[in-house]
Design a protein around this ligand. Sequence first.
Ligand SMILES: Nc1ncnc2c1ncn2[C@@H]1O[C@H](COP(=O)(O)OP(=O)(O)O[C@H]2O[C@H](CO)[C@@H](O)[C@H](O)[C@H]2O)[C@@H](O)[C@H]1O
Length: 468
Amino acid sequence: MKIIHISAECYPVAKVGGLADVVGALPKYLNNSGVYSQVFMPFYDNKFTKTNHFDTIYSSEVFLGETTYKFNILVLQDSTLDFDVFFVDIPDLLFKDYVYSYEDTERFLAFQIATLDWLLTWHDYPDVIHCHDHHTGLIPFMLQESFKYEDFRHIPSILTIHNAQYQGWFPHDKVHLIPAFNFDNVGLLDWGGTINPLAAAIKCAWRVSTVSPTYMEELKKNANGLESLLSAEGAKCSGILNGIDTDVWNPETDEFLIENYTINTVNKGAKANKKHLCDAFNLDENKPLFAFIGRLVHQKGTDLFPEIFKNALKNNDLNILLLGSGDPYLEDSLNALKTEFEGNYNTYIGYDEKLSHIIYAGADFLLMPSRVEPCGLNQMYSLRYGTIPIVTKIGGLKDTVIDIEETNGFGFCHDTTNVAEINETINRAVKLYSTPSKYKKLRTQIMTIDHSWHASAQQYINLYNSIN
Ligand SMILES: Nc1ncnc2c1ncn2[C@@H]1O[C@H](COP(=O)(O)OP(=O)(O)O[C@H]2O[C@H](CO)[C@@H](O)[C@H](O)[C@H]2O)[C@@H](O)[C@H]1O
């Protein structure tokens, strides 16, 4: 069976968040299970493309309404990746030093059309076309409706929703950019009076999956306007929990760490990483270190951090370190706390892959107060590195973390994203840390939890088999 994954992100080529981690790992685990998997993604102007060499294997033009853009399909020379990646290079639209912007309609539409145009030239079509998020959401529609892709009608398509908050809306006056189709079916593109690529994919894909069973259920009640659509299409929808790439995320071999460690050496190894963080960020290594890594957006609950951090730092002996970027106003508010809590609090506003790994290893607790979390990978990375997660009981966080006060519990959960509840949960964590024997025992316990991709990749294989 041959599967192609189409995505805007893929680790290590281009990463903004968790979508890259999934598309950078799932194809590898599928290949290992004998399901041949390839990735199609845009060619951006970034470190990866600057430091690697590429061959052009196909060149043509893509039509977007009246405008024509040149495009090339590139492949890596001497690839060290575990799967084939085909880069769709549209110099005028995609080759930017960012992945996303506020003007992405034409960029990702051209990416999708160029991808399908090139696929038309293949002799051997894939068995499944697997689309990820709204940037590739018009593909299931075009496969089913556009005249020029008639040859693809029999190819099953799958949409995986990594985040339903973003849907790629654009106005109907751009409908002419989509390759011609029977206009009687224009309603398939529409949701709420606008073109909605995510909704179109939910309607047209043969199967829809999302990244945890609980999020699938939550979407029927809270999906940024798509609740009734997801309920109506419920029969073809399922939730498959993400896994983590245990080759990349392995404290024993992780090249980013200051000191590597195993479950037997975690006390020493985690301590060396914590010391590095405390030295670099002027924190106190004798106090528990609470950390956050992620995008500073409403979904993640980070707007509450200034108040939560003030309460926590005034009332407890602890350190807080935050790595992230997003809302500029929030970035300023978080930076403003540095003077008041110097020595116990710091931030790194920006994106830093290496630092994130050191934090997963060196922090004692990882904060994830998300309001919405389709799956969440950070809590799974932190478990593997022996850092105890503190999470809201929602979405994939609910599926992967059990509160320490419950049977077989190992983390800290609060019911909602609310300042008082989160501070109360931080207090419980500080209390645990004050009994080193309990804290250390828990740390080794969580490192044994298996969140590798094996089981989840098999569920995707079952899904592919169900439509072939
Ligand atoms: N400033 C920074 N510096 C370095 N690394 C940073 C960083 N900010 C974030 N990261 C990294 O980006 C990834 C974030 O992954 P998540 O799954 O938690 O969130 P995201 O919301 O992006 O993904 C969406 O898709 C994924 C995949 O399906 C779902 O798990 C998730 O719930 C959904 O919201 C992690 O690898 C994290 O370490």
